[in-house]
Design a protein around this ligand. Structure first.
Ligand SMILES: Cc1cc2nc3c(=O)[nH]c(=O)nc-3n(C[C@H](O)[C@H](O)[C@H](O)COP(=O)(O)OP(=O)(O)OC[C@H]3O[C@@H](n4cnc5c(N)ncnc54)[C@H](O)[C@@H]3O)c2cc1C
Length: 323
Protein backbone atom coordinates (compact mmCIF):
# COMPACT_ATOMS: atom_id res chain seq x y z
CA UNK A 1 0.00 0.00 0.00
CA UNK A 2 1.44 3.41 -0.85
CA UNK A 3 2.34 5.44 2.21
CA UNK A 4 0.53 8.41 3.62
CA UNK A 5 1.93 11.91 3.35
CA UNK A 6 4.50 11.03 5.98
CA UNK A 7 6.25 8.84 3.42
CA UNK A 8 8.15 11.55 1.51
CA UNK A 9 11.78 10.41 1.67
CA UNK A 10 12.91 14.04 1.52
CA UNK A 11 15.63 15.93 3.24
CA UNK A 12 17.66 14.74 6.24
CA UNK A 13 16.89 11.09 6.20
CA UNK A 14 19.00 8.45 7.72
CA UNK A 15 20.27 5.75 5.32
CA UNK A 16 20.15 2.86 7.76
CA UNK A 17 16.64 3.66 8.97
CA UNK A 18 15.46 4.11 5.39
CA UNK A 19 16.75 0.70 4.33
CA UNK A 20 15.16 -0.88 7.40
CA UNK A 21 11.86 0.84 6.75
CA UNK A 22 11.76 -0.33 3.12
CA UNK A 23 12.63 -3.89 4.19
CA UNK A 24 9.94 -3.97 6.87
CA UNK A 25 7.32 -2.57 4.52
CA UNK A 26 8.06 -5.31 1.96
CA UNK A 27 8.53 -8.33 4.23
CA UNK A 28 5.40 -9.43 6.12
CA UNK A 29 7.33 -11.83 8.40
CA UNK A 30 9.89 -9.21 9.43
CA UNK A 31 7.06 -6.74 9.88
CA UNK A 32 5.21 -9.13 12.20
CA UNK A 33 8.40 -9.55 14.21
CA UNK A 34 8.88 -5.79 14.41
CA UNK A 35 5.28 -5.30 15.54
CA UNK A 36 5.73 -7.74 18.41
CA UNK A 37 8.90 -5.98 19.59
CA UNK A 38 8.03 -3.66 22.51
CA UNK A 39 10.67 -1.06 21.57
CA UNK A 40 9.17 -0.62 18.09
CA UNK A 41 5.70 -0.03 19.46
CA UNK A 42 7.01 2.42 22.09
CA UNK A 43 8.72 4.37 19.34
CA UNK A 44 5.66 4.20 17.09
CA UNK A 45 3.35 5.65 19.74
CA UNK A 46 5.43 8.82 19.60
CA UNK A 47 4.07 9.49 16.11
CA UNK A 48 0.84 7.50 16.00
CA UNK A 49 -1.90 7.76 18.64
CA UNK A 50 -2.54 4.00 18.60
CA UNK A 51 -4.55 1.32 16.94
CA UNK A 52 -8.07 2.56 17.58
CA UNK A 53 -10.30 5.61 18.02
CA UNK A 54 -10.02 5.50 21.83
CA UNK A 55 -6.27 6.03 21.48
CA UNK A 56 -6.85 8.95 19.10
CA UNK A 57 -9.26 10.59 21.54
CA UNK A 58 -6.82 10.09 24.41
CA UNK A 59 -4.12 11.92 22.44
CA UNK A 60 -6.55 14.74 21.59
CA UNK A 61 -7.19 15.19 25.32
CA UNK A 62 -3.46 15.22 26.10
CA UNK A 63 -2.87 17.80 23.39
CA UNK A 64 -5.73 19.93 24.68
CA UNK A 65 -4.06 19.97 28.11
CA UNK A 66 -0.98 21.45 26.36
CA UNK A 67 -3.05 24.08 24.57
CA UNK A 68 -2.90 22.26 21.22
CA UNK A 69 -5.83 21.38 18.98
CA UNK A 70 -6.03 18.20 16.93
CA UNK A 71 -7.03 16.80 13.57
CA UNK A 72 -7.83 13.09 13.68
CA UNK A 73 -6.83 10.92 10.76
CA UNK A 74 -7.94 7.32 10.51
CA UNK A 75 -4.88 6.00 8.68
CA UNK A 76 -5.47 4.42 5.30
CA UNK A 77 -5.21 5.11 1.57
CA UNK A 78 -5.88 3.58 -1.84
CA UNK A 79 -8.95 1.50 -1.09
CA UNK A 80 -10.16 -0.32 -4.21
CA UNK A 81 -13.43 -1.90 -3.08
CA UNK A 82 -16.62 0.07 -2.53
CA UNK A 83 -17.53 -1.87 0.62
CA UNK A 84 -14.14 -1.08 2.19
CA UNK A 85 -14.47 2.61 1.23
CA UNK A 86 -17.91 2.66 2.87
CA UNK A 87 -16.54 1.02 6.02
CA UNK A 88 -13.69 3.54 6.19
CA UNK A 89 -16.29 6.32 5.92
CA UNK A 90 -18.33 4.74 8.72
CA UNK A 91 -15.20 4.78 10.90
CA UNK A 92 -14.66 8.46 10.10
CA UNK A 93 -18.27 9.24 10.99
CA UNK A 94 -17.81 7.42 14.30
CA UNK A 95 -14.79 9.66 14.96
CA UNK A 96 -16.85 12.77 14.18
CA UNK A 97 -19.59 11.73 16.63
CA UNK A 98 -16.99 10.96 19.29
CA UNK A 99 -15.28 14.36 18.91
CA UNK A 100 -18.64 16.01 19.44
CA UNK A 101 -19.55 13.78 22.40
CA UNK A 102 -16.19 14.56 24.06
CA UNK A 103 -16.56 18.31 23.46
CA UNK A 104 -13.15 18.49 21.77
CA UNK A 105 -12.02 21.23 19.37
CA UNK A 106 -10.83 18.78 16.76
CA UNK A 107 -11.00 18.44 13.02
CA UNK A 108 -11.06 15.28 10.93
CA UNK A 109 -8.60 14.85 8.05
CA UNK A 110 -9.66 12.55 5.24
CA UNK A 111 -7.65 10.99 2.41
CA UNK A 112 -9.91 10.81 -0.68
CA UNK A 113 -8.47 7.47 -1.84
CA UNK A 114 -9.43 5.91 1.49
CA UNK A 115 -13.10 6.62 0.82
CA UNK A 116 -13.35 5.78 -2.85
CA UNK A 117 -11.38 8.08 -5.18
CA UNK A 118 -9.53 5.07 -6.62
CA UNK A 119 -12.91 3.53 -7.49
CA UNK A 120 -14.46 6.61 -9.06
CA UNK A 121 -15.33 10.21 -8.28
CA UNK A 122 -18.96 9.34 -7.51
CA UNK A 123 -18.02 6.91 -4.70
CA UNK A 124 -15.64 9.40 -3.13
CA UNK A 125 -18.16 12.23 -3.44
CA UNK A 126 -20.97 10.11 -1.97
CA UNK A 127 -18.83 9.12 1.02
CA UNK A 128 -17.59 12.66 1.56
CA UNK A 129 -21.19 13.84 1.59
CA UNK A 130 -22.05 11.20 4.20
CA UNK A 131 -19.14 12.36 6.35
CA UNK A 132 -20.10 16.00 5.84
CA UNK A 133 -23.74 15.41 6.79
CA UNK A 134 -22.48 14.05 10.12
CA UNK A 135 -19.81 16.73 10.48
CA UNK A 136 -22.18 19.64 9.90
CA UNK A 137 -24.68 18.19 12.39
CA UNK A 138 -21.90 17.71 14.96
CA UNK A 139 -20.08 20.96 14.09
CA UNK A 140 -16.81 19.22 13.28
CA UNK A 141 -14.64 20.59 10.47
CA UNK A 142 -13.49 18.23 7.70
CA UNK A 143 -10.17 18.73 5.94
CA UNK A 144 -9.63 16.94 2.65
CA UNK A 145 -5.98 15.87 2.47
CA UNK A 146 -4.15 16.04 -0.85
CA UNK A 147 -2.53 12.90 -2.23
CA UNK A 148 -0.37 12.07 -5.26
CA UNK A 149 -0.46 14.40 -8.28
CA UNK A 150 -2.86 12.36 -10.47
CA UNK A 151 -5.56 12.98 -7.84
CA UNK A 152 -5.07 16.73 -7.50
CA UNK A 153 -7.45 18.00 -10.19
CA UNK A 154 -10.24 15.59 -9.19
CA UNK A 155 -9.80 16.30 -5.47
CA UNK A 156 -10.02 20.05 -6.01
CA UNK A 157 -13.14 19.67 -8.21
CA UNK A 158 -14.88 17.54 -5.55
CA UNK A 159 -13.81 19.96 -2.84
CA UNK A 160 -15.21 22.99 -4.69
CA UNK A 161 -18.52 21.27 -5.25
CA UNK A 162 -18.81 20.29 -1.57
CA UNK A 163 -17.59 23.68 -0.32
CA UNK A 164 -20.39 25.31 -2.30
CA UNK A 165 -22.94 22.77 -1.05
CA UNK A 166 -21.94 22.65 2.64
CA UNK A 167 -20.21 25.99 3.21
CA UNK A 168 -16.53 26.93 3.37
CA UNK A 169 -16.69 26.91 7.18
CA UNK A 170 -17.36 23.15 7.19
CA UNK A 171 -14.89 21.72 4.71
CA UNK A 172 -11.34 22.66 3.74
CA UNK A 173 -8.61 21.48 1.40
CA UNK A 174 -4.86 20.90 1.38
CA UNK A 175 -2.69 22.42 -1.35
CA UNK A 176 0.91 21.39 -2.06
CA UNK A 177 3.49 24.07 -2.89
CA UNK A 178 5.91 21.63 -4.56
CA UNK A 179 3.63 21.07 -7.55
CA UNK A 180 4.81 22.69 -10.75
CA UNK A 181 2.21 24.47 -12.89
CA UNK A 182 -0.39 24.75 -10.15
CA UNK A 183 0.76 28.00 -8.59
CA UNK A 184 -2.59 29.73 -9.20
CA UNK A 185 -4.63 27.26 -7.09
CA UNK A 186 -3.88 29.03 -3.81
CA UNK A 187 -4.94 32.48 -5.11
CA UNK A 188 -8.04 31.14 -6.85
CA UNK A 189 -9.32 28.97 -4.00
CA UNK A 190 -8.46 31.55 -1.34
CA UNK A 191 -10.40 34.20 -3.30
CA UNK A 192 -13.48 31.95 -3.06
CA UNK A 193 -13.16 31.88 0.75
CA UNK A 194 -11.78 28.30 0.88
CA UNK A 195 -10.05 27.19 4.05
CA UNK A 196 -6.67 25.99 2.92
CA UNK A 197 -3.93 24.04 4.65
CA UNK A 198 -0.72 24.74 2.79
CA UNK A 199 2.03 22.09 2.83
CA UNK A 200 5.31 21.65 0.98
CA UNK A 201 4.08 18.33 -0.45
CA UNK A 202 4.65 14.83 0.86
CA UNK A 203 5.10 12.42 -2.06
CA UNK A 204 8.12 11.33 -4.06
CA UNK A 205 7.04 12.33 -7.55
CA UNK A 206 8.53 12.83 -10.99
CA UNK A 207 10.72 15.97 -11.25
CA UNK A 208 8.58 17.06 -14.21
CA UNK A 209 5.61 17.25 -11.86
CA UNK A 210 7.09 18.58 -8.63
CA UNK A 211 10.05 20.65 -7.54
CA UNK A 212 12.66 18.37 -6.03
CA UNK A 213 15.31 20.77 -4.75
CA UNK A 214 14.92 22.16 -1.24
CA UNK A 215 15.53 25.69 -2.54
CA UNK A 216 12.73 25.49 -5.12
CA UNK A 217 10.28 23.88 -2.69
CA UNK A 218 11.03 26.36 0.07
CA UNK A 219 10.65 29.28 -2.37
CA UNK A 220 7.24 28.07 -3.59
CA UNK A 221 6.14 27.40 -0.02
CA UNK A 222 7.20 30.90 1.07
CA UNK A 223 5.19 32.40 -1.82
CA UNK A 224 2.07 30.45 -0.77
CA UNK A 225 2.51 31.27 2.93
CA UNK A 226 2.53 34.99 2.06
CA UNK A 227 -0.62 34.73 -0.07
CA UNK A 228 -2.50 32.70 2.53
CA UNK A 229 -1.56 34.74 5.58
CA UNK A 230 -2.42 37.98 3.77
CA UNK A 231 -5.58 36.91 1.97
CA UNK A 232 -6.69 33.47 3.19
CA UNK A 233 -9.64 32.53 5.37
CA UNK A 234 -8.54 30.73 8.57
CA UNK A 235 -5.34 29.56 6.86
CA UNK A 236 -3.31 26.65 8.17
CA UNK A 237 0.45 26.68 7.70
CA UNK A 238 1.50 23.03 8.04
CA UNK A 239 5.22 22.70 8.55
CA UNK A 240 7.97 21.78 11.00
CA UNK A 241 10.46 23.98 9.19
CA UNK A 242 11.53 26.76 11.61
CA UNK A 243 12.32 29.12 8.72
CA UNK A 244 8.82 28.74 7.26
CA UNK A 245 7.26 29.23 10.70
CA UNK A 246 9.36 32.36 11.21
CA UNK A 247 8.27 33.70 7.81
CA UNK A 248 4.57 33.17 8.60
CA UNK A 249 5.00 34.93 11.95
CA UNK A 250 6.80 37.83 10.28
CA UNK A 251 4.23 38.28 7.49
CA UNK A 252 1.39 38.26 10.05
CA UNK A 253 3.19 40.75 12.29
CA UNK A 254 3.98 43.08 9.36
CA UNK A 255 0.31 43.08 8.27
CA UNK A 256 -0.99 43.40 11.86
CA UNK A 257 -2.85 40.13 11.47
CA UNK A 258 -4.08 38.66 14.73
CA UNK A 259 -2.20 35.58 16.00
CA UNK A 260 -5.51 33.75 16.29
CA UNK A 261 -6.48 34.40 12.66
CA UNK A 262 -4.38 31.51 11.36
CA UNK A 263 -3.06 28.18 12.57
CA UNK A 264 0.23 26.35 12.56
CA UNK A 265 -0.21 22.63 11.99
CA UNK A 266 2.29 19.87 12.64
CA UNK A 267 2.31 16.10 12.74
CA UNK A 268 1.85 14.45 16.12
CA UNK A 269 5.28 13.74 17.59
CA UNK A 270 7.21 15.95 15.15
CA UNK A 271 8.59 19.37 16.10
CA UNK A 272 7.35 19.15 19.68
CA UNK A 273 9.59 21.96 20.97
CA UNK A 274 8.46 24.23 18.15
CA UNK A 275 4.83 23.43 18.93
CA UNK A 276 5.34 24.33 22.59
CA UNK A 277 7.16 27.54 21.68
CA UNK A 278 4.33 28.65 19.38
CA UNK A 279 1.69 27.94 22.04
CA UNK A 280 3.77 29.90 24.57
CA UNK A 281 3.92 32.82 22.12
CA UNK A 282 0.14 32.86 21.72
CA UNK A 283 -0.27 31.17 18.31
CA UNK A 284 -2.86 28.53 17.47
CA UNK A 285 -1.32 25.09 16.93
CA UNK A 286 -3.09 21.99 15.64
CA UNK A 287 -1.57 18.50 15.51
CA UNK A 288 -2.40 15.89 12.89
CA UNK A 289 -3.16 12.78 14.92
CA UNK A 290 -3.10 9.48 13.00
CA UNK A 291 -4.61 6.33 14.48
CA UNK A 292 -5.92 2.97 13.30
CA UNK A 293 -4.95 -0.56 12.32
CA UNK A 294 -2.86 0.52 9.32
CA UNK A 295 -0.57 2.73 11.42
CA UNK A 296 2.62 0.83 10.56
CA UNK A 297 3.18 2.24 7.06
CA UNK A 298 2.56 5.77 8.32
CA UNK A 299 5.06 5.18 11.13
CA UNK A 300 7.72 3.92 8.70
CA UNK A 301 7.30 7.13 6.72
CA UNK A 302 8.01 9.13 9.86
CA UNK A 303 11.12 7.09 10.66
CA UNK A 304 12.41 7.77 7.18
CA UNK A 305 11.98 11.51 7.66
CA UNK A 306 13.82 11.78 10.95
CA UNK A 307 17.24 13.42 10.85
CA UNK A 308 20.18 11.08 11.47
CA UNK A 309 20.61 10.13 15.11
CA UNK A 310 17.05 11.03 16.11
CA UNK A 311 15.88 7.45 16.53
CA UNK A 312 18.83 6.78 18.85
CA UNK A 313 18.04 9.88 20.90
CA UNK A 314 14.32 9.09 21.15
CA UNK A 315 15.03 5.49 22.14
CA UNK A 316 17.44 6.70 24.85
CA UNK A 317 14.81 9.12 26.16
CA UNK A 318 12.16 6.40 26.15
CA UNK A 319 14.52 4.06 28.02
CA UNK A 320 15.20 6.75 30.65
CA UNK A 321 11.49 7.54 31.08
CA UNK A 322 10.56 3.88 31.56
CA UNK A 323 13.56 3.03 33.82
C1 LIG B 1 -0.44 18.82 9.60
C2 LIG B 1 0.17 18.33 8.32
C3 LIG B 1 -0.64 17.84 7.32
C4 LIG B 1 -0.10 17.41 6.10
N1 LIG B 1 -0.93 17.03 5.10
C5 LIG B 1 -0.40 16.73 3.88
C6 LIG B 1 -1.23 16.45 2.76
O1 LIG B 1 -2.46 16.43 2.86
N2 LIG B 1 -0.64 16.18 1.58
C7 LIG B 1 0.72 16.19 1.42
O2 LIG B 1 1.21 15.98 0.31
N3 LIG B 1 1.53 16.44 2.47
C8 LIG B 1 1.01 16.70 3.68
N4 LIG B 1 1.84 16.98 4.74
C9 LIG B 1 3.30 16.73 4.60
C10 LIG B 1 4.04 17.92 4.02
O3 LIG B 1 3.73 18.04 2.66
C11 LIG B 1 5.56 17.75 4.17
O4 LIG B 1 5.98 16.61 3.48
C12 LIG B 1 6.05 17.63 5.59
O5 LIG B 1 5.35 18.49 6.44
C13 LIG B 1 7.54 17.97 5.67
O6 LIG B 1 7.75 19.29 5.28
P1 LIG B 1 8.14 20.47 6.31
O7 LIG B 1 7.37 21.65 5.90
O8 LIG B 1 7.95 20.03 7.71
O9 LIG B 1 9.64 20.81 5.99
P2 LIG B 1 10.96 19.91 5.86
O10 LIG B 1 12.02 20.90 5.53
O11 LIG B 1 10.73 18.78 4.94
O12 LIG B 1 11.15 19.35 7.32
C14 LIG B 1 11.45 20.15 8.44
C15 LIG B 1 11.90 19.25 9.58
O13 LIG B 1 10.84 18.40 10.02
C16 LIG B 1 11.23 17.03 10.00
N5 LIG B 1 10.09 16.25 9.50
C17 LIG B 1 9.26 16.65 8.51
N6 LIG B 1 8.32 15.72 8.30
C18 LIG B 1 8.56 14.72 9.17
C19 LIG B 1 7.94 13.47 9.45
N7 LIG B 1 6.88 13.06 8.78
N8 LIG B 1 8.46 12.69 10.42
C20 LIG B 1 9.54 13.09 11.10
N9 LIG B 1 10.17 14.26 10.90
C21 LIG B 1 9.71 15.05 9.94
C22 LIG B 1 12.37 16.95 9.00
O14 LIG B 1 13.25 15.90 9.28
C23 LIG B 1 13.05 18.30 9.20
O15 LIG B 1 13.92 18.25 10.30
C24 LIG B 1 1.31 17.43 5.93
C25 LIG B 1 2.13 17.93 6.95
C26 LIG B 1 1.57 18.39 8.13
C27 LIG B 1 2.48 18.94 9.16
Amino acid sequence: MPGQSCSHPGIGYDGVIKRLAVLLARQPMLRKLALSTPGVRDLAWRFVAGENLDAGIKVLRELKARGIRGSLNHVGTHVHEAAAADTATDDIIAAIHRIRAEGLDAHVSIKPTQIGLDIDDATCRRNLRRALDAAVADQVFIRIDMEESPYVERTIAIFEELRDAYGAENVGIVLQSYLRNRDTDVERLAAAGSRIRIVKGGYWEDPGVVFRSKTDIDQAFARDIRVLIERGTAPAIATHDPAAVALARQVAADRHIDKGAFEFQMLYGVGRDLQAELVRDGYAVRCYVPYGGDWFVYFLGCLRRLPAGSVRRIRARLARSTA
